[in-house]
Write a protein that binds this ligand. Sequence first.
Ligand code: COA
Ligand code: NAP
Length: 260
Amino acid sequence: MKATFDYSGAKVFVFGGTSGINLGVAECFAKAGATVAVASRSQEKVDAAVDLLSAFGPAFGFAVDVRDSQAVADALADFHRASGEIDVLISGAAGNFPATAVSMSPNGFKAVVDIDLMGTFHVLRAGYQYLRKPGASVINISAPQSSIAMAMQSHVCAAKAGVDMLTKSLAIEWGPAGVRVNAIVPGPIEGTEGMARLAPTEESAAAVRNSVPLRRYGAAEEIGAACMYLSSEAASYVSGAIFPVDGGWLAAGVPVSLGG
Ligand code: COA
Ligand code: NAP
């Protein structure tokens, strides 16, 4: 059965939405009729994403580093001025590289925490005033590292665990205003920068694939479908959830070591 969603007229902002999973998510909403905005550091990537998304409807792009709270706030204000209240706000910008804790400089650890966790705080804090109330859906893109400890991933584990707790805390704070806040935990997704960094060889990719109960990598569209479900009426009583979309990977305990 094919899942279909109608987001005609909805306003959707995806931070980190210019490549990989998050661009796939933005594309799903654009194809479903939404006006979309994407933001990331590289103007070139922003322009390419807007080109692609404009084929489906109105699309906006902002060259923004999520570590810069003022730049994040300005982008959200611009999108709100141009399009109105935001129905779906997604925070997905992230950084990752495999390194042991002792081989990593304090600044290396900080870079990932600043992008993944502080960046998500900046996006949600500045975004709140522009959300449709009641009715808006906020989704943070987390990772299996938020609940499964992994060698060479101490920075990401710490940052994404924080993202999950931020998700739950804000679900409590924003629930009374009718704003739902959830996180999606993607499993290994095909063709992404994340998996290129964590499983760079065919051998390591095959080990990951075989460790997934469904025996395959997921597709960005499958994360997009989950975001569309979580933002729809079908999920009107779902808030504060940390939602795995991972072929059963977390259930299996992620029994491979990444980064090789
Ligand atoms: N191993 C160990 N340390 C590393 C590293 C690696 N592979 N890559 C970067 N670092 C360290 C740098 O040495 C630097 O620390 P230092 O100043 O003490 O030398 C620190 O991390 C910041 O590096 P820098 O390149 O200045 O950061 P940045 O802000 O430009 O980029 C990163 C952030 C490091 C996360 C970069 O990998 C990135 O931009 N990633 C985005 C894409 C991505 O990771 N996608 C997958 C998402 S799951
Ligand atoms: P990706 O293509 O590298 O996506 C990361 C996005 O964030 C890019 O658009 C990047 O664009 C942007 N970004 C990075 N640093 C930024 C910053 N400081 N400010 C603003 N934007 C920034 O990687 P991906 O693998 O698809 O990962 C996407 C999300 O899914 C991440 O949150 C990741 O943790 C999560 N995830 C991925 C997997 C996987 O299998 N790949 C699994 C679980 C979870 P710029 O370079 O232009 O800034």
